[in-house]
Design a protein around this ligand. Structure first.
Ligand code: SF4
Length: 379
């Protein structure tokens, strides 16, 4: 091919690609403007409220987030109120939604915005990104939706849509693929209306281009979608196989003393940080659940107890592991509480438990505990 011909064909290809990108943007935004779900956080332009919704939605489904979002904003309607709130109150409102680091970081970040940015959410990428808990996704989502800044979001929904649209072979769950999907998202971003565009592509992934059985017949991008055109939709997105999730066996004891029970508070950082729970821990190989319960209580709070009853077996899944928890009702025998691990403790009546934020796994046996206690008292 002559040099001029080659240049012309490359220029033609770029023109075709640009046209294609423009038509994808247009179709996506037009579809979103008429067909999007009416969600509470889409009715506000308040940056704080948008931020709260994005933090909640990052690891939780829309249906679960709705009541939490309402409750959270009733309790903490603005940044200033959140910044001065007690962390325990914040965790209590968050209780049951999981990933509590999100709540702790939001609380800490609110105080930083009050102190360093006069109570206004910073609009510069780096200033906002420097706040606790703000990663690339949250920064792009909040800055584009609240302030129309030209940053493209990349979450699981977006990666799935992009992978099908362009037949991208990079596994969506491989860390190295992140920059490749970010680059594709940046190129597709409609910089004239980034907030609307970002919401549109996420909405498409959530409602039409779903993980299983996408409804291509109703998709506004059908004409531009390579996977659809080549009948390869089921092949995307590509994933690398994950290892099986390990399961830990845990023993937990509800220690009764003079009608009260002992709860302890976890240290502020890490998994379930700042939440309250009943003492306990991992069952060692070849150890019985009962022996582990007695040993853990001795090690963690320095009390000697006797097991009265096996209350329940609870299963719960976290992101990287699962637990099978044996729960026992125990009677206090001797000792003064000395904490090794937890940072605080209380002896409380069972009806006071509702005042403390507890992990979801603990909530799974609370009604059985109340029932058991009522029966035991009656006998
Ligand atoms: S045509 Fe199907 S696979 Fe392609 S983007 Fe639309 S819903 Fe997804």
């Amino acid at each position: 091919m002559l040099k001029e011909d080659h240049v012309k064909s490359v220029a033609d290809a770029i023109t075709v690609e640009k046209k294609r990108i423009l038509s994808i943007r247009k179709a996506l935004v037009e579809w979103y403007l008429t067909d999007h779900r009416d969600l509470p956080w889409r009715r506000t332009s308040d940056p704080f409220q948008i931020w709260v919704s994005e933090v909640m939605l990052q690891q939780t489904q829309v249906a679960t987030v709705r009541p939490y979002y309402r409750k959270f904003l009733e309790r903490f309607p603005n940044l200033a109120r959140l910044a001065v709130a007690d962390l325990q109150d914040v965790l209590k409102v968050w209780e049951g939604m999981g990933y509590y680091a999100r709540a702790r970081n939001l609380h800490k970040a609110a105080a930083m915005v009050m102190a360093k940015h006069n109570g206004r959410l910073p609009q510069a990428w780096q200033d906002f990104r420097d706040l606790p808990g703000v990663g690339d996704y949250i920064a792009a989502a909040v800055l584009s939706i609240a302030f129309d800044k030209p940053y493209a979001v990349v979450d699981g929904n977006v990666k799935r849509v992009l992978s099908r649209l362009f037949e991208m072979d990079d596994p969506v769950n491989r860390p190295k693929s992140k920059s490749i999907y970010q680059q594709a998202a940046n190129e597709l971003l409609d910089e004239r209306r980034p907030g609307t565009y970002n919401q549109a592509i996420m909405e498409l992934g959530a409602t039409i281009c779903k993980p299983r059985r996408p409804t291509c017949a109703a998709c506004p991008l059908q004409a531009a979608c390579r996977a659809y055109r080549n009948d390869r939709v089921a092949e995307f997105p590509r994933r690398i196989k994950k290892q099986a999730t390990p399961e830990h066996r845990i023993a937990v004891g509800v220690v009764f003393k003079n009608g009260r029970v002992l709860i302890t508070r976890r240290k502020p950082e890490g998994l379930l940080g700042g939440l309250w729970e009943f003492p306990g821990g991992k069952i060692r190989p070849h150890e019985s659940a009962e022996a582990a319960c007695i040993r853990e209580i001795k090690e963690e709070v320095n009390l000697t107890v006797r097991i009265d009853a096996h209350l329940s077996q609870v299963r719960h899944a976290y992101t990287h592991f699962k637990i099978r928890m044996e729960v026992f009702c125990c009677v206090y025998i001797s000792g003064r509480v000395r904490l090794n691990g937890p940072v605080d403790h209380r002896w409380i009546n069972l009806d006071q438990l509702q005042n403390y934020p507890l992990p979801k796994a603990n909530h799974k046996f609370l009604s059985q505990l109340v029932e058991w206690n009522a029966k035991t008292k009656a006998n």
